[in-house]
Design a protein around this ligand. Structure first.
Ligand SMILES: [Zn+2]
Length: 415
């Protein structure tokens, strides 16, 4: 079995004119947290580079890792554990119900429904009928316990045939943060097209590449994300299936995402609002190679700065620990290539990750209640998008003056 394959064909338009625009070196798989028994084994590192398609402008990883390696761990992410995200999904359900005038018994399908958090809001607000589709085990068990119908499978064209046979007519098909994980996007979208009827609206929410490069969020580049989406390539992709992007929104909860509202129509049309955003992407240079020289410089500066900062603390015998162990932390640690053993422990709040080890330099992950025993002088915040709440929490429990280092978008310290 090959561990990974090189991607030679654009995942959206099939062109083989791909050019590398960013290279972060090699990195272990982000969700491959190690058990104690794994510590002796050699940890595989895989190339982590982004290619641009010169034909349609789509950005994508240069390799695809075999799924049996990529997803060998149990999927433990639960939508319903983040209060901020729950609130966001609740508001979205209310807004889209009102916008589309959804009523009792209208069917809503959520592809990548996870624990059913979103579908439950549709049930509560307008008594919609709901169907979730998701291949994960534990999260969908939770969804089922909430009386939500779930098809426990990957969404593919083949699965869409099963749904069609049941004569289900969804008024809304919604899918949040699943698109970048899909192996075959053409098959996936053919499936969506197959279950649409004339009144169906499709909503797709994805990480926005423009925001990644503008904000230096390079740690969102990891092997589980095959694609980094933007408006212009998707406009062309959806055109193939006679879908128009009728509206879009830049949304916040996952950093910076793009929410697209699609409708199947006979005539292809580029709406003014969409054109304006595509122009912003083009004018900034998102589809031009020289733009990425600037981005590479920014990354290098950021890497140097954090190394100098932490090495200085280390030289002065400060105890350095880190906080948070999201998938993206592995990209960050691999890219900045800290000197060995500079970080003593990584603190976590999610008990499923405690007593495991980060695959980069095998740093122990321990529960955040251990901060008192460690007595750290410096904490590097790897879940930097939650920096505010983490700092607040640590300060509340702990009197000592700790230096917090937030690595992104630009390394800075908070005392
Ligand atoms: Zn392409």
């Amino acid at each position: 079995m090959k561990q990974y394959i090189k991607i030679n064909e654009c995942r959206l338009c099939k062109s083989n004119n791909l050019k590398e625009i960013l290279n972060l070196g090699r990195s272990p798989i982000g969700n491959d947290l190690l058990k104690k028994n794994d510590l002796k084994r050699k940890i595989n590192k895989f190339p982590l580079a982004v290619n641009q398609c010169k034909k349609c402008g789509h950005h994508q990883l240069s390799v695809s890792i075999n799924n049996s390696i990529l997803y060998k761990k149990n999927y433990t992410y639960l939508t319903g554990t983040s209060e901020v995200f729950k609130k966001y999904l609740k508001n979205y359900s209310i807004q889209i119900c009102d916008k589309l005038n959804l009523n009792k018994n209208d069917l809503v399908i959520d592809i990548g429904c996870n624990d059913g958090t979103l579908l439950e809001y549709f049930k509560k607000y307008k008594k919609c009928k709901v169907l979730g589709i998701d291949p994960s085990k534990k999260p969908t068990e939770l969804a089922k316990s909430r009386q939500i119908n779930v098809l426990n499978d990957f969404f593919t064209f083949q699965l869409s045939m099963k749904i069609k046979k049941k004569k289900l007519f969804p008024k809304l098909i919604t899918s949040h943060n699943t698109f970048a994980h899909v192996e075959d996007l053409n098959d996936f979208f053919r499936g969506i097209d197959n279950i649409c009827y004339k009144n169906t609206t499709v909503v797709i929410e994805i990480g926005y590449w423009l925001k990644v490069v503008q904000n230096n969020w390079y740690d969102t580049i990891y092997h589980e994300h095959h694609d980094f989406h933007s408006l212009y390539p998707l406009l062309q992709f959806f055109k193939k299936y006679s879908f128009n992007i009728i509206d879009f929104k830049i949304t916040e909860p996952q950093g910076g995402s793009l929410m697209l509202i699609l409708k199947k129509m006979n005539n292809f049309k580029i709406y003014k609002k969409i054109k304006k955003q595509v122009d912003i992407e083009k004018n900034i240079g998102l589809y031009k190679i020289p733009f990425y020289k600037k981005i590479k410089n920014n990354l290098q500066k950021s890497k140097d700065k954090i190394n100098i900062l932490l090495n200085n603390y280390h030289k002065n015998n400060k105890i350095i620990c880190a906080y948070g162990s999201p998938t993206k932390s592995v990209t960050l640690l691999s890219y900045i290539k800290l000197n060995k053993n500079i970080i003593k422990n990584i603190y976590e709040d999610n008990i499923l990750k405690c007593k495991l080890y980060n695959p980069y330099m095998k740093i122990p992950i321990i529960h955040s209640s251990n901060i008192l025993n460690d007595n750290p002088d410096v904490i590097l915040i790897l879940s930097w998008n939650f920096a505010k709440s983490i700092i607040k929490k640590v300060k509340k429990k702990y009197d000592k003056k700790i230096i917090f280092v937030v690595p992104l978008p630009e390394p800075y310290i908070i005392q």
